[in-house]
Design a protein around this ligand. Structure first.
Ligand code: NAG
Ligand code: NAG
Ligand code: CA
Length: 538
């Protein structure tokens, strides 16, 4: 038992420091988690003062405090960028914890410390309320309050004296107030390249450590010691004005716009593994470019190990030299999780522009070349075809000349479609009757996209880009762009009002590829809006 307790001691002590770092990075994720309780529904009259006070904690902040905006849009946004954030944070944790591990490992005679699993899970936190500050810089400052009930999986393996101990971080709860600055704002998804976090108060940190089967925190005195150490460490590191910077896009200048599309035709798979107890398997393919959020799926083929799909998909490509296509095959289930049957990743760099290339590749369990699971079992193969189609140059005069010569209009009858981008730059002299907190709605083909709200500004600037990936030309469609003003959430009567609109037929942009124009707004007095449109075809 001596050895075990020594390891426990080492783990606890080493961790007081290095976990402090780790947890520090989770802080802005785990802000103010509270236990999720089932709501109790009672009439207000039945409640005494104490339960009313408790209840008030549950009321969204924007109800109590008009400084807090409604944050539904942010939650949706967070859901979209969560995979990026999870990756970015976990990458930083690994990098930043390394020097500490290198320093403390040998000191406490640990042979190695490594993360066996490090992910914050699939569930993003939910914002309950948020203060947003407007600055004139290209940045956005948020003071959020969130709830988090997630499923992080953080497992650390420690080797010492030839023994291996595996520690899992469980039930993480952190209470803190943070100031988060998103900057610089850039016109590509996810719209900012860096997150800067600092704490407004000393945080309260709570978590448990599970060791193999046992519980490290059962050691007398250790729990309090570790918690306190971490709290101090984290506070010392990130208490305002000290900040933590998390890069989301590695290099803002490298954050690229799409340069084309890759067309992927999933043809068939062969000799898949049997997953269903009664039948065979019900395979479908999920495809996406690695490190992007958008994915597409084929139809499910029921009860077959040799499915044929013949389905074609288009994915936007930012950099064909570095991006890769990831294919995953799942077995569909009526009830319960869809089990993964195999996967493969294929780089796009071998593709020649506009030339279809057919691949037949074996399916593996994961991309770890050292994992025996990949060689032990044959998981079948998948056949697909890929074509990289770059967007045509915007100002190719020869092309335009050639079009003029043969009288054709490239684009207007292009069956391949393309990418429509609409950038709302700024509005001028917009003014509401009751308030002027403008934002813009762009309506196209039944879909509505919105910019952020800019408070109390008659000449707002957004520089926000929206894109649509279209299967056919929008030459006969039009855009409806409308400027609205949003009242404060306390203003029940004049919630929202229109500050004017413009309808833009798209045949011009299809013809000219690019339009940058200032339009007068209808129903708006002297209001104007500057809009840039781009149509890029493949
Ligand atoms: C897929 O395409 C091939 C060749 O074009 C054709 O022979 C086959 O019947 C198609 N299968 C399905 C399921 O559409
Ligand atoms: C677009 O037009 C505005 C004026 O309407 C001008 O200030 C701006 O520089 C133009 N932008 C580009 C990229 O040409
Ligand atoms: Ca099945």
């Amino acid at each position: 038992m001596g050895v075990i307790s020594t390891i426990l001691g080492l783990v606890g002590f080493g961790w007081g420091i290095s976990l402090g770092l780790v947890v520090g990075y989770f802080l802005f994720i785990y802000l103010q988690p509270t236990e999720v309780k089932d709501p109790i529904i009672r009439s207000l009259g039945e409640m005494d003062a104490k339960s009313l006070e408790e209840l008030l904690h549950e009321i969204p902040l924007w109800v109590k405090n008009p400084d807090y905006d409604r944050v539904d849009w942010l939650n949706k946004f967070l859901k979209d960028i969560w995979p990026y954030l999870d990756k970015a944070i976990c990458k930083m944790v690994r990098q930043q914890a390394q020097p500490y591990i290198d320093q403390y490992g040998p000191k406490y005679k640990m042979d190695s410390i490594e993360f066996e699993s490090l992910t914050l899970g699939t569930l993003p936190p939910t914002f309950v309320g948020m203060k947003v500050y407007d600055t004139k810089e290209k940045e956005m400052i948020l003071e959020p309050s969130f709830k988090f009930a997630g499923n992080p999986n953080i497992i650390v393996a420690v080797k010492a004296f030839g023994l291996k101990a595996t520690v899992q971080l469980v039930d993480v709860q952190v209470f803190a107030t943070a100031r988060i600055t998103l900057k610089p704002l850039v016109p590509v998804f996810p719209c900012f390249s860096k997150i800067v976090v600092s704490l407004m108060d000393k945080p309260h940190v709570d978590f448990g450590l599970k060791l193999l089967g046992g519980d490290v925190m059962a050691i007398p005195g250790l729990y309090g010691f570790v918690q306190e150490t971490i709290r101090d460490q984290v506070a010392a590191m990130y208490m305002w004005p000290k900040t933590l910077e998390i890069p989301v896009i590695d290099d803002p200048s490298a954050a690229k716009r799409p340069v084309g599309i890759v067309e992927v035709k999933i043809i068939r798979a062969k000799n898949l593994v049997k997953k269903d107890f009664m039948g065979k398997s019900d395979p479908y393919v999920k495809l996406q470019l690695v490190n992007t959020v958008l994915s597409k799926t084929t139809r499910t083929k029921m009860s077959t190990l040799n499915p044929e799909w013949n389905e074609t998909f288009k994915l936007l490509v930012q950099d064909p030299k570095s991006q890769s296509l990831e294919l995953q095959i799942f077995d569909w289930e009526k009830i319960g999780a869809h089990e993964k049957m195999g996967m493969q990743i294929v780089p796009l760099k071998d593709l020649v522009e506009d030339q279809p290339k057919t691949y037949t590749v074996p399916l593996v369990k994961n991309m770890d070349p050292n994992d025996e699971a990949n060689t032990r079992k044959n998981r079948g193969e998948i056949t697909f075809e890929m074509t990289f189609k770059p967007f045509k140059e915007e100002d190719n005069n020869e092309d335009i000349a050639a079009e003029a010569m043969d009288g054709s209009q490239r684009g207007s009858d292009n069956p391949n479609g393309g990418l429509l981008s609409v950038t709302i730059h700024q509005a001028e002299e917009v003014e509401g009757k009751h308030h002027t907190n403008p934002f813009v709605e762009v309506h196209f083909r039944g879909e509505k996209k919105k910019t952020s709200v800019i408070k109390k500004n008659r000449d707002p600037r957004w520089d926000t880009e929206f894109t649509w990936d279209l299967a056919d030309s929008p030459a006969s469609d039009k855009l409806h762009i409308e400027v609205h003003s949003k009242g404060s959430s306390m203003n029940m009567v004049h919630r929202q009002e229109s500050l004017g609109y413009v309808d833009i037929p798209l045949n011009d942009v299809v013809k000219n590829k690019r339009i940058n124009e200032t339009y007068s707004l209808t129903d708006s007095g002297r209001g104007k809006i500057q809009v840039e449109l781009n149509w890029r075809t493949v």
